[in-house]
Design a protein around this ligand. Structure first.
Ligand code: ATP
Ligand code: MG
Length: 245
């Protein structure tokens, strides 16, 4: 099955004086288990595409299938439902709630669905352990490093068993050692079958994905698989430059 399927996707922003054609007919599929880096120059349409994939906005035309959901013609309410239940967001700025603990932050997407039982809480603790935060379960974001905060965000993104993790410059605020750790976590999650779609402008980050999709002027410029041997080399190099403690 495809985690998502995009056909002739178009997005126009209609302004008073002009219409900006941010996406001009983009098509590609993301099979389950894929790991895609979206690249392209400033203004090429990356954020626009990410917003559509994340159900934060509606396309002007074209098809957008997320799993079994055809979201291209959904109402705002339906989009919000898919967004909160089936998409895992990881942002550059973590977007954690300062008053809540690590486990509570991971629980936030469930809170909106009224799912707050012991079973759900245990699931959030398990996810915190999964991302390496066993010693930090009751800490608050302020008491965590940037890398630890991003781990909380990644655990939170997984709590609803999403179609895919959507990461927007997820390592943009992190130093190279912490970036290496977060990318190693993405590798592990992808090896476990998680689908990852990320926007990045860094070649070293894109080299870690299985596939690189490049946009230019709202069109798909290229769509290439990374060589597995080169991927492994990039991962090894990142670890070497930033050895684990
Ligand atoms: N809300 C909006 N209203 C009008 N035009 C917009 C809007 N959002 C984006 N655009 C325009 O659409 C085009 C694509 O923008 P987008 O933000 O998707 O680019 P990007 O690839 O994410 O760029 P960057 O690397 O700078 O973040 C640009 O020309 C931009 O000015
Ligand atoms: Mg952008």
């Amino acid at each position: 099955m495809h985690a998502c399927s995009i056909r002739n996707l178009t997005k126009e922003y209609v302004l008073k004086s002009e219409t900006v054609r941010a996406l001009r007919g983009v098509s590609f599929d993301v099979p389950e288990g894929d790991y895609v880096a979206i690249m392209g120059p400033s203004g090429s349409g990356k954020s626009t595409l990410l917003n559509l994939l994340g159900c934060l906005d509606q396309p002007s035309d074209g098809e957008l299938l997320l799993g079994e959901d055809n979201v291209a013609r959904m109402t705002d309410d339906q989009l919000a439902e898919i967004r909160s239940r089936r998409i895992g967001f990881v942002f550059q700025s973590y977007n954690l709630i300062q008053q809540l603990t690590v486990v509570e932050n991971i629980q936030v997407p469930l809170y909106y669905q009224g799912k707050l039982g012991a079973k759900e809480r245990q699931r959030c603790i398990d996810l915190a352990l999964r991302v390496g935060l066993a010693e930090r379960l009751t800490h608050r974001p302020m008491q965590l490093s940037g890398g630890q905060q991003q781990r909380v965000a990644i655990a939170r993104s997984l709590v609803n068993d999403p179609y895919f993790i959507l990461a927007d410059e997820a390592t943009g605020n992190l130093d190279s050692k912490t970036t290496a750790e977060i990318l190693a976590l993405f590798d592990e999650l992808n090896n476990e079958g998680r689908t990852i779609i990320m926007v990045t402008h860094e070649d070293e980050v894109a080299a870690r994905a299985k596939r690189v999709v490049r946009l230019r002027d709202g069109l798909l410029q290229s769509d290439e698989q990374n060589d597995p041997a080169e991927r492994a080399e990039a991962a090894a190099k990142a670890l070497e430059m930033a050895p684990a403690e």
